[in-house]
Write a protein of this length. Sequence first.
Lengths: 177, 199
Amino acid sequence: MRDVFNAASSWIVPLLILGVPLYAYAVKRIRVYESFIEGAKEGFQIGVRIMPYLVAILVAIGMFRASGAMDWLVWMIQPVVAWAGFPAEALPSSLMRSLSGSAAFAMSSEIFKVHGPDSFIGRLVSVIQGSTETTFYIMAVYFGAIAVRKTRYTLAASLITDLSGIVAAYIICRLLF
Amino acid sequence: MNIVWLLLIGAAVVTAAFKGNMAAVSNATFSSATTAIELAIGLVGGMTLFLGLMRVAQDAGLVQLLARALRPVFRVLFPDVPRDHPALGAIAMNFGANMLGLGDAATPFGIKAMEDLQALNPEKETASDAMCMFVTLHSSSLQLIPVMVISLRAAAGSKNPSEIIVATISATLGSMAVAIVTSRLFARWWRRRAEGGRA
């Protein structure tokens, strides 16, 4: 099963890069090389434009992680989630997911090592990681690229969505596993 | 965003003061800043490639075709965006790439979508409702096959690394529904507050 996914995902990009220009050239008679260059021009400027946004948010997240403030946050929330039956071990990596994908994945690996990937906690952590997103990073990149500074309710709505992903994952894991 | 940003930094400094690990926090500031620039530079290669490919697909009318196929969905999600606007094509490409798990391709398409939405935005420094909806939807992770998680599980010696797919898709769909409803409610609340005559 996994080999099928891996094989399929390694085919998609090369096929796209062949198929799209081939169709454009052969069917639509488009100067594909010139068209490609025209679109690709913007790439670098966008990279530069998002830099201040990324630095601002990643420095704040980096400081937060290094200080160990996460432990306090977990300690505060733990009684609430324990009441719902949510395993305490799965909490830190779930909360980390919105802030940093790599940190959350590292914490998940640690959980797999301790509890095993096929335990309830292992499965729960897997589903949570798969159904939530690095919200802060996405916001910095997407709004940074177009220099929008006032993001209004996006962060609030995104964090509610992340939370709902965790809750949904928990309910579904309880039902399925 | 202002409050959350200050909260993160404030919590870090206060905690470090109690725990006595201010040196680690201090180091984290510079290393995180460097990581941020490396990430931005790292994005440039893929961004350039897929923005180029996107332009070819656009010139060939493929993007518009995809957008037309998804029109009923988009009318519900982005009612403010005209139905033949290029933004919808870029959004369709972004969703497609995300669902297939092509993160590197999804980001350039997403940025293109934001640029197209910005063209419709009357206030250039403030996010439009369509932008808020689009970014919020990302928090539900959109991705149908969690490639990273599956490979992590495999590396940890799982007997069946992909057994979590159905559960993950269900949870993703659930939080996607929450994302849509939440942004819609916020949008309405925000507008009412603006109209509420706070001069």
